[in-house]
Ligand binder design. Structure first.
Ligand code: ARG
Length: 563
């Protein structure tokens, strides 16, 4: 039921075509305070046509408007405020949510089109950073939102699994490595070798020659080098997958940089054919001055191709494989320039679909106000963050609900959910500070707070002894319920906004808002009191549970029934 449309129609009939219905629709506002009604129309929009003061237009129009289906329609200054009929509204929305369950809010914006999402994409043999975590959870939430709106998301982990650093790693491994040690703790051990290489090559420049030799062997397909590379990759990947499992996130593809090795020649040839390559100090570049960008470095003087060359190959491969209508890259905003260059080169190559490539940047996570970086020793290991969050959640559950069944699973869902939710509730471009205690709190605007509201709704339903609510008349006209009802009705539009803006925080903020409204409602109403509206109140509680759970699911956060 589109109530905004209903308001537009009522006004349009009353103004007798002075302004068409569509224009009216777009001018309708949602007042900030509930006492100003549910929708408001600014009468100055009509002053031009009716040649009267807006206040007068408002007063006169209120007389003419057909008020059927509205609780009241009133003029306040230059505004006409519409109050929806609460019984009619609640009956419609509650039946809709309870019928559709977790399908509520689904809509067909995507027409089944494929949308590749480049996300997570950590580098092999290095610990996954908080930046990669952001990419992972933002990408996953966007994928869920796309699926909800009938796109077909393709989650691609563009692993950093190629480059000269593998030469160094092999060289280091051959000198100081042990298979057993790597197997026990792969990424930490490989990182240790890598760091040692850099310490020692200060005095022994011949190490660099060795490393270059190893990388050359790898590029030439040498058996030992390839085997080592494969092994480093799979051991690292195992560790990454542990974290993904913990987060409940799956990928459709792990085609990383190395996957494009045999697809690079074509890119260079295409660029040559199109006369786009220029020589500069022995290197091959594409001039992008007309885009106000630095030249894109395609091939180094020693013949090695670069990060952007691989991304060109990847973009083309994705277009051919998925025939996308949009292709997304969830990567930190420090790479903004790289993606501008990528799009510009594709445009120069004559690919109009370069306009469908979107970099989805995000801000930095700091700790104590400082940037997290490997060099300054402020690396936060993700696995540690998740483990700490889980034990904090577990402590709180022990205090609040010591007899809870399934404690371990719930602590996991709450701890991990808290970290994910905290990341997503911040507008993605904002930087934010990470303070674990704050993240896992059960009060305030946190994931556990929303999960708790959901669990509370479930507990009311258990108390009420209802399992399934069928279609019925759910007319609820108490003022306490109104904010919650309106929010339920806003869910579909909220999803649309989140997906159009690639902004999961829209959903996180909505979930907080709904949880707050529901908690207020719960505090002020006797939900289970036996009276005429009891069934409708229970239907409201059940609908809140459905929508909170679905909002959390879209964010990639679990909603335990009890906590
Ligand atoms: N591995 C890169 C990094 O850690 C991110 C890759 C992003 N994806 C891409 N197609 N460039 O910085």
């Amino acid at each position: 039921m589109d109530y905004k449309q209903k308001v537009a129609t009522a006004i349009s009939v009353a103004v007798d075509g002075s302004l068409n219905e569509k224009d009216i629709f777009y001018k309708i506002e949602v007042p900030k305070a509930l006492n100003l009604g549910d929708y408001a129309f600014p009468a100055f929009a009509l002053a031009k046509y009716l040649h009267k003061a807006p206040q007068i237009i408002a007063t006169e129009l209120v007389e003419k408007i057909d008020k059927k289906g509205f609780e009241k329609v009133e003029a306040v200054g230059p505004y006409i405020n519409f109050f929806l009929d609460k019984k009619d509204y609640s009956n419609n929305i509650l039946n809709e949510v309870l019928n559709e369950q977790d399908n509520f809010g689904s809509q067909d914006l995507g027409k089944s089109n494929n949308v590749p999402i480049d996300m997570s994409s950590p580098n092999i043999a290095k610990p996954m950073s908080m930046g990669h975590l952001r990419s992972t959870v933002i990408g996953n939430a966007i994928a869920n939102l796309l699926a909800k709106t009938n796109y077909v998301p393709v989650k691609i982990n563009h692993l950093g699994d190629w480059g000269t650093q593998f030469g160094k790693l092999m060289c280091a491994y051959k000198m100081w490595g042990s298979e057993e040690e790597v197997k026990k703790d792969p990424i930490a051990t490989l990182l240790k070798y890598y760091v040692r290489f850099h310490e020692e090559d200060v005095d022994k420049p011949e190490l660099d020659d060795d490393a270059r030799e190893w990388f050359k062997r790898l590029e030439d397909g040498d058996k030992e080098a390839t085997q080592l590379w494969k092994w480093f990759r799979s051991e690292s990947l195992k560790e990454f997958i542990q974290i993904y499992d913990e987060l409940g996130i799956k990928f459709d593809s792990y085609n990383g940089e190395a996957f494009y090795n045999d697809k690079m020649d074509e890119i260079v040839e295409l660029l040559e054919q199109k006369n786009l390559l220029k020589e500069s100090n022995g290197a091959q570049i594409v001039d992008l001055s007309k885009y106000d960008l630095n030249p894109a470095l395609i091939k180094r003087s020693d013949g090695a191709t670069l990060y952007i060359t691989r991304d060109l190959a990847a973009a083309l491969y994705r277009k051919r494989t998925y025939n996308f209508t949009q292709s997304l890259y969830v990567v930190g905003n420090e790479q903004t320039n790289h993606f501008k260059q990528l799009k510009a080169v594709l445009k120069e190559m004559g690919y109009d679909w370069s306009d469908d490539i979107h970099h989805i940047p995000f801000g930095l996570i700091t700790s104590g106000g400082k940037k997290l970086s490997t060099r300054a020793g402020r690396v936060i290991l993700l696995q540690d963050v998740l483990n700490d969050a889980i034990s904090l959640a577990s402590k709180q559950i022990d205090e609040k609900n010591p007899s809870l069944a399934n404690k371990k699973q719930v602590a996991h869902d709450v701890g991990v959910g808290a970290v994910v939710f905290h990341d997503l509730k911040n507008e993605r471009l904002n930087n934010f500070d990470f303070d674990l205690e704050e993240v896992v709190r059960f009060e305030g605007e946190t994931g556990p707070y929303v999960q708790y509201a959901h669990a509370r709704a479930m507990s009311i339903l258990r108390k009420a002894g209802v399992s399934e609510l069928g279609t019925a008349s759910y007319e609820l006209d108490d003022n306490q319920a109104w904010e919650t009802l309106r929010l339920l009705g806003d869910f579909p539009n909220t999803i649309e906004r989140a997906v159009v803006e690639y902004e999961p925080s829209v959903i996180a903020k909505y979930a907080i808002h709904l949880a707050k409204a529901f908690n207020k409602y719960y505090a002020h109403s006797k939900i289970l009191k036996a009276d005429k509206q009891k069934a409708a109140r229970i239907a409201l509680v059940a609908s809140v549970a459905v929508v909170l759970k679905e909002a959390l699911r879209l964010l990639g956060v679990a909603a335990p029934d009890e906590m």
